[in-house]
Design a protein around this ligand. Structure first.
Ligand code: FES
Length: 303
């Protein structure tokens, strides 16, 4: 800051501007902003108004709009028109989910401003058609700075077919602090059958808790699972009653099938299913089968 002459309100306004920059970017970007501001001031003392003028005239979108909002500035002229906050012709594939994931990296106080601006850019890229996944990826690559860009692209690479739009709703239904986490995790678990990583990331941002804390909770209770459930859940009984009636052979049959073609099956083993008179007993997707019926149902699933 040594080659800038500050007026008291100028320095104050600049620090306010810096406070609105996302934390990981703040120090890396400070020298560049100071250099640009020094150029704008051209040797004159920097006032608060000059800092505002610099933001308005010299910064690129969408950062300009976000920082103007953070400094309490009103956009002038055409820029005052509200940006469309919806996809003009809808979405294609996972584009909407990817767009929301991109916004999760933006601090909450600036998210709505960014949403409008980024939506405008996405609509331009879509050129009258639906916004596609490629359009969203292009925005991330062209506009989003690192480390956010890397985070987002990494998240896209591991993004499954999970629609996490319900998660926001669940979180909103449970206002409060950390005391609500377990209840919310239960609600997410019951919505998806497991705790998708994307849902945990969103929850950590919304409740301002470390992601590692959520993982600790998720792995501390048997009621939570971090893995997407397979299509079929087969619970096999390893109790003596079932083993002597052919339960061991059923287990080997299922394990061999999974080993040979990676069937979409989760195996659970229990000591007793509580229906020893049906031995060998098997529970398939919550339904009990015994004896010949168990073998027939297994053969059907393993086909
Ligand atoms: S021993 Fe298998 S159901 Fe009880």
């Amino acid at each position: 800051m040594s080659d800038i002459k500050w007026l008291p309100d100028g320095q104050k306004m600049f620090e306010k501007l810096m406070a609105a920059v996302p934390e990981p970017m703040r120090e890396p970007i400070r020298p560049k902003l100071l250099q640009m501001l020094a150029g704008k001031a051209a040797g004159q003392p920097v006032s608060g108004d000059l800092v505002k003028k610099f933001v308005d005239e010299d910064l690129p979108e969408p950062q300009r709009s976000a920082l103007m909002a953070a400094l309490g500035m009103k956009p002038a002229g055409a820029a005052a028109q509200p940006a469309p906050a919806a996809a003009a012709a809808g979405w294609e594939g996972k584009a909407e989910m990817m767009f929301e994931r991109m916004l999760q990296e933006v601090p909450e106080m600036m998210r709505e401003v960014f949403r409008g601006k980024l939506m405008q850019i996405a609509n331009q890229k879509a050129a009258g058609g639906p916004i596609k996944e490629d359009h969203v990826v292009a925005i991330v690559k062209e506009i989003v700075p690192d480390p956010f860009k890397t985070n987002i692209l990494k998240a896209y690479a591991t993004m499954g077919d999970v629609d996490i739009s319900k998660v926001e709703e669940i979180i909103t239904q449970h206002p409060g602090g950390e005391e609500t986490l377990i209840t919310i995790l239960h609600a997410i678990q019951s919505q998806y059958g497991y705790l998708p990583r994307e849902a945990l990331i969103l929850l950590s941002q919304k409740k301002n808790v470390f992601l590692s804390k959520l993982y600790r909770l998720a792995t501390s209770y048997k009621a939570f699972s971090l893995e997407k459930p397979k299509k079929n859940i087969i619970t096999l009984c390893t109790g003596t009653g079932c083993q002597v009636c052919g339960g061991g052979a059923l287990l080997k049959q299922v394990e061999a099938k999974i080993a040979s073609n990676g069937a979409d099956i989760t195996i659970e083993k229990v000591r007793c299913l509580g229906c020893c008179d049906m031995a060998p007993a098997v529970m398939i997707n919550g339904q009990l089968y015994g004896g010949d019926e168990a073998q027939a149902k297994l053969s059907e699933i393993l086909r």
